[in-house]
Design a binder for this molecule. Structure first.
Ligand code: NAD
Length: 470
């Protein structure tokens, strides 16, 4: 089993696949022994994970710095804090979440109690994406552990150092029958996906999401897909521009735009577009993106660097547009007078480019958004309650914000997830527990009283009573 964690790529495919098969079988046996079910076990494992992360914090900061130049400040804010917060919330609330949840009993079943019993699903596979490699692997893992499952975690292979350190910390300290990190790229993930799980939790692109969903369908496995899309941000003519643009610029360029819920493109009312553009430049310059300021993350690899640079149409550059391939850094860039035909509007950007499109009526802006696949997030800057309500009613999106961007993800009481092409299912806080649980519905009847309504020997009188109960 060690070979799985240490050198997956060196194993030949047959060996790797048989080892994975064995790992899944061992985890299933362990799960079926009931070892993971008690609240004491779950809490002990969650606390152990928290302790290990805190002990290894510095090493984890160093690893992500090596992978793509992310400073410990940004790592703390966008990776470490959310994971520790998720752990704290789970540890604090687990007992409550595990309780039976009472629901009303209908008259037909009276007298009885009705309730839902959360039960763990079994063996889970969690596949992470690269852009927040710790957060997107460990936050779902916390949900899986809290819900009482065993877990195989496959972090993204692109940030190699962070994948390695998660494997080292977890595989060196947890029983593999309960929790195992399996490192690897497409061949290893393909081998993992051939096995039968009770839950697959995937974060990544819609394209790979379809591959995962097809593999899950083979075994009718429960799936959560956390995918991406083109997230719109609207600046209506009544928006408070100064504060709004400041909030939006941070959200767009943090992690160099490699954030699934970053605003992808801006729709700006024609009356305020000039002011919007001036303020946007001012905010970018104020932020002074540079490695010395710890706020200028590299693009993850050269393939993505070339892809993002290829989206910059020099004729539309309003600001920025410069880049350095050796360093894999692209300066924050604004494109103006963008149309739906431009390359930058064909797919999710996932990089530090902000295309700006102008609109005259809010219907026009809504029409553009509705013409694109349902986004993971959508944002509106406006002071008008009518426009806000129309935005909420007419625009489909996973999660979003009014007069702010991205920060909805930091509130664990707001479920996080997409809709349509941007995903299915939701997690964070208690929603993570629910995501990795099945809720058994139970009708619990006393035997002292028996109503004879349902039994044969139907009569007109019975019919009247049943009708009255409906
Ligand atoms: P990706 O889909 O390329 O990779 C995600 C995972 O799938 C990785 O672990 C990778 O090893 C594996 N994988 C890649 N190709 C595979 C294949 N052919 N078969 C099996 N497994 C494969 O995504 P990415 O590049 O890591 O991340 C970027 C995408 O993820 C963007 O679309 C972004 O919006 C989305 N994303 C979504 C969220 C969210 O929470 N909804 C968060 C971050 C990123």
């Amino acid at each position: 089993m060690n070979a799985i964690a240490k050198n997956p790529v060196e194993n030949n495919e047959v060996t790797f696949e048989s080892e994975v098969r064995q790992l899944v079988a061992d985890q299933r046996d362990y799960f079926q022994s009931n070892a993971t079910r008690s609240v004491e076990f779950r809490l002990a494992q969650l606390m152990k994970l928290k302790e290990l992360l805190l002990e290894n914090e510095d090493k984890m900061h160093e690893a992500i710095m090596k992978d793509f130049g992310k400073s410990k400040y940004e790592n703390q804010l966008t990776e470490f804090f959310p994971i520790i917060d998720e752990l704290n919330i789970s540890i604090k609330n687990l007992k409550k979440w595990m309780q039976h949840r009472s629901v009303k009993t209908n008259l037909l079943n009276f007298p009885a109690k009705s309730y839902l019993v959360p039960e763990p699903l079994g063996v889970t596979l969690v596949i992470g994406a690269w852009n927040f490699p710790y957060n997107l692997s460990l936050t779902p893992l916390v949900g899986s552990m809290a819900a009482g499952n065993t877990t195989i975690l496959k972090p993204s292979e692109l940030p190699a150092e962070t994948s390695r350190i998660m494997a080292k910390i977890i595989n060196g300290n947890f029983d593999p029958n309960y929790l195992r990190v399996v490192e690897g790229a497409i061949p290893e993930t393909t081998a993992l996906l051939k096995q039968r799980y009770d839950k697959i939790f995937f974060t990544g692109s819609p394209m790979v999401g379809k591959i995962v969903n097809r593999a899950a369908a083979e075994h009718l496995t429960n799936v959560t897909l956390e995918l991406g899309g083109k997230n719109p941000v609207i600046f209506h003519k009544d928006a408070v521009l100064k504060t709004g643009v400041k909030r939006m610029i941070w959200s767009k360029f943090v992690n160099s735009g490699q954030l699934c819920i970053a605003p992808d493109y801006a729709l700006v009312h024609k009356d305020v577009k000039d002011e919007f553009l001036k303020l946007a430049v001012k905010e970018i310059e104020k932020a002074n993106f540079s490695p010395e300021n710890h706020n200028f993350v590299q693009i993850i690899n050269e393939r993505n660097f070339d892809r993002v640079v290829g989206l910059i149409d020099p004729e539309k550059v309003y600001y920025g547009g410069t880049h350095n391939r050796g360093d894999r850094r692209i300066n924050p860039t604004i494109l103006n007078n963008v149309t739906l035909d431009d390359a930058v509007m064909q797919d999710e950007i996932f990089g530090p480019i902000l295309p700006v499109m102008e609109y005259e009526t809010i219907d026009e802006a809504f029409e553009i958004i509705k013409g694109i696949e349902k986004p993971l997030a959508a944002y509106l800057f406006s002071d008008s309650s009518t426009i806000k309500e129309r935005f909420l009613q007419e625009i489909p999106f996973g999660s979003g914000g009014i007069n702010d961007c991205v920060m909805q993800v930091t509130n664990p009481n707001i479920p996080f997830g997409g809709v349509g092409n941007s995903g299915m299912g939701r997690y964070h806080g208690k929603y993570s527990f629910e995501c990795f649980s099945h809720f058994k519905g139970v009708l619990d009847k006393p035997t002292a009283i028996e109503t004879n309504l349902k039994y044969y020997g139907y009569s007109e009188k019975q019919l009247k009573v049943i009708k009255a109960l409906g």
